[in-house]
Design a protein around this ligand. Structure first.
Ligand code: ATP
Ligand code: ZN
Length: 283
């Protein structure tokens, strides 16, 4: 049995639950219990505030956790990042009122910077040799300069819309973040085995998300060329059609290349092209 901590309510909750579910780890979160046993996998889900996940894993209250890398960097602890999940992307940046004419990092010397990430900021300033006063506040950091609680802020940015609506400009991107899997350092042999199983399922889910399954009819004389265009994982599947001189070709392509591949296939005579989502992909 492995205990997995995820964010109870917030930006990472839904995608964490969706990933678990796609990996065959179903959780009933309808009762909004603090701890929920999976009906389909030897795991329990512990619903916490994201800020508490690194510590819970470090203390062994949970064995692994799904949390933003920003919280891992800020809180630290006896934990290791064992996987990156590709959602919850953001960065933590320094931003200032847009009226300031920003000359570079030296501007921050002697200034007051409001943030919920004092540890990350403290390390960054020390590394750059800048002496500034860090003002730790737990929420609504972006309004700090307007209310006189700091000359600048160090906060999470994703689209940048919140900064703009508060009259701020991002001047330094300090760290990039995404949701990650963290694991405690003293897991039993049994728990490590379950963790490996989960990570390989997560990878299958991630791989399938950016792949498409393609089927098409292709005339015999264009078959070699079509195989070059969509080579698949090992090689495409080719089946003869009932009508002679034609084949059915099945392959898998990167979603990002889908339209380009379809155009190339049409140009060499492919017909009846079908595109399907890939449910899981095990390499
Ligand atoms: P909690 O109640 O669990 O403490 P929270 O308000 O601290 O929640 P959320 O706003 O739900 O946290 O954000 C959770 C995580 O989502 C962040 O720690 C970060 O990793 C990620 N994230 C992605 N984009 C953003 C964004 N624009 N603003 C804040 N967090 C973001
Ligand atoms: Zn939080």
């Amino acid at each position: 049995m492995l205990r997995i901590a995820i964010q109870a309510k917030g930006r990472l909750s839904e995608q964490s639950l969706a990933l678990l579910s796609e990996a065959g780890i179903d959780v009933d979160d309808s009762k909004r219990k603090f701890l929920s046993r999976s009906s389909s996998f030897p795991a329990e889900i512990l619903f916490l505030r994201d800020d508490d996940i690194p510590q819970a894993v470090s203390m062994g209250v949970a064995d692994i956790g799904i949390v933003g890398y920003n919280e891992v960097l800020e809180r630290g602890g006896e934990i290791d990042v064992v996987d990156r999940l590709g959602f919850g992307g953001c960065r933590i940046s320094l931003a200032l009122p847009k009226a300031v004419d920003y000359p570079g990092l030296s501007w921050f010397e002697g200034k007051r910077i409001a943030t919920s990430y004092p540890n990350i900021l403290g390390r960054f300033l020390a590394e750059k040799g800048i002496h500034a006063q860090i003002m730790t506040i737990s929420g609504s950091v972006e309004i700090a300069p307007a209310v006189g609680m700091g000359d600048a802020i160090f906060d999470i940015v994703s689209s940048g819309g919140t900064l703009v609506s508060n009259g701020l400009v991002e001047v330094e991107r300090v760290v990039a973040s995404e949701a990650v899997v963290v694991a405690g350092r003293s897991l039993s042999e049994e728990k490590r085995r379950i963790l490996q199983q989960i990570l390989s399922r997560f990878n299958a889910v991630k791989d399938s998300r950016d792949k498409k399954y393609l089927l098409m009819n292709i005339p015999a004389d264009a078959l070699d060329e079509a195989i070059r265009i969509v080579p698949a994982m090992r090689s495409p599947t080719v089946l003869p059609l009932a009508q002679s001189g034609w084949y059915s070709l099945h392959s898998v392509v990167d979603a990002s290349l889908l339209w380009e591949k379809i155009e190339q296939l049409k140009a060499i005579g492919a017909e009846g092209i079908l595109v399907l989502s890939v449910e899981k992909m095990i390499l």
